[in-house]
Design a protein around this ligand. Sequence first.
Ligand SMILES: [Zn+2]
Ligand SMILES: [Zn+2]
Ligand SMILES: [Zn+2]
Length: 147
Amino acid sequence: MDKLLEKLRAAGYKVTPRRKAIIELFSGKGGTFSPQDVQEVLIERIGQCGLPGIYRNLETMAACGILFRIADFGGERRYALCRADKTEGHHHHIVCVSCGKVGNITNCQYREGMNIDGFRIVSHLVQLNGLCESCVTKKKKKKGNEQ
Ligand SMILES: [Zn+2]
Ligand SMILES: [Zn+2]
Ligand SMILES: [Zn+2]
């Protein structure tokens, strides 16, 4: 939690009660949250707050590497906490499509400036979607019961 607040400060952002509440939410039980989910919790904890401000804060935290925006999660905009620490460096995420659990991919070979098929890479996005171990187990059990 302190480490995450430190990331925010290091990027030049103030730790406001709202930002703190957002980080608390994500670092709590984990999982993925939509801006609407975040708004619900924040209203409960610190009173009225508008959705546009929440969108901005979520994007700010994504830019700081605290959160990341999940691509392709049923067409919904959702965010999750980046749980990698500094030692892991360049990495991407693997997301469980069933429960939203997030893992890290640390063996990415792409780097800015590389040449691939006549293109010079200027940026890249990688996200893998999968099923986490416990969701695979749950699915197997369910299948077993049905048979
Ligand atoms: Zn991460
Ligand atoms: Zn899962
Ligand atoms: Zn990469």
